[in-house]
Design a protein. Structure first.
Length: 250
């Protein structure tokens, strides 16, 4: 059974950086476990952060515009074809780490068969991995339109401003029905020392659980620091113990 982590929040708040930090920590703690990175953000930034320009997406399968690596096998049912096509677009990052990109997704109420076939194929794919980390588009609704899967941990990434904290509260409310039974909380990113009092005061009035904070890093904000930042990784390690995730390799 896979452990599923969803990283949500407004674009620009650092979702991809946080996603990569969790990838690094899971790789360090569980070197033999398989990990799938599932890029559900329309920007496709997660793939770009690895130096990849991934053009083959789940949307390409849905729209019929995907360019397959090999010839399409004959004699498959439609379900078998979609499962085969999903396999064809997976990109291997290392021995135990893969990435797949969704891009546009169909409406949940679409009655076309391909919607259900993609949902089923994604479910099968997800359950093959020990860990799945979703880099999401804003909240869990967009992910749920693609695949109806249980989420063990939902992280809402926010900046240390009043507007961003209020938006994080709204995102948790929007996402709650899609994360039933799973842990959900806010990570406040790009925190400076002078932000602490503002955050503390604002959280008195906000009914959200803050799971951790990540410090402001000038080089990262300027785009001159690699997103595999040791500082970010160390910050996430400081609150990893609070999360409903495996804590050590057994």
């Amino acid at each position: 059974m896979s452990i599923k982590i969803a990283v949500t929040g407004k674009s620009g708040n650092g979702k991809t950086t946080i996603t990569k930090a969790f990838l690094n920590i899971i790789k360090e703690n569980f070197p033999d476990k398989s990990i799938l990175l599932f890029d559900n953000d329309l920007t496709g930034e997660l793939g770009h952060s690895f130096g990849l320009d991934i053009r083959n997406t789940i949307y390409g399968i849905r729209s019929g515009k995907h360019e397959y690596k090999t010839g399409i096998p004959q004699g498959m049912t439609k379900h078998e074809y979609v499962e085969w096509a999903i396999e064809d677009i997976i990109v291997s990052l290392s021995d135990n780490v893969d990435i797949i990109v969704s891009w546009f997704v169909g409406a949940k109420d679409c009655r076309c068969p391909i919607t259900g076939q993609i949902n089923d194929a994604c479910q099968k794919l997800i359950e093959r991995y020990d860990f799945v980390i979703f880099d999401c588009e804003f909240d869990l609704k967009y992910l749920n339109q693609l695949v109806d899967t249980d989420i063990d941990l939902t992280l809402v990434v926010a900046n240390p401003t009043i507007d961003s904290l209020h938006l994080a509260k709204r995102i948790t409310e929007f996402s709650a029905k899609y994360a039933v039974g799973g842990q959900m909380g806010v990570i406040i990113n790009k925190v400076k020392n002078e932000d602490i009092n503002l955050i503390a005061e604002e959280l008195k009035n906000a009914d959200v659980e803050v799971l951790g904070t990540v410090p402001y890093i000038e080089e990262l904000a300027a785009g001159t620091l690699d997103r595999n930042s040791i500082i970010v990784n160390d910050a996430v390690k400081q609150f990893y113990f609070r999360l409903n995730l495996p804590q050590e390799n057994r």
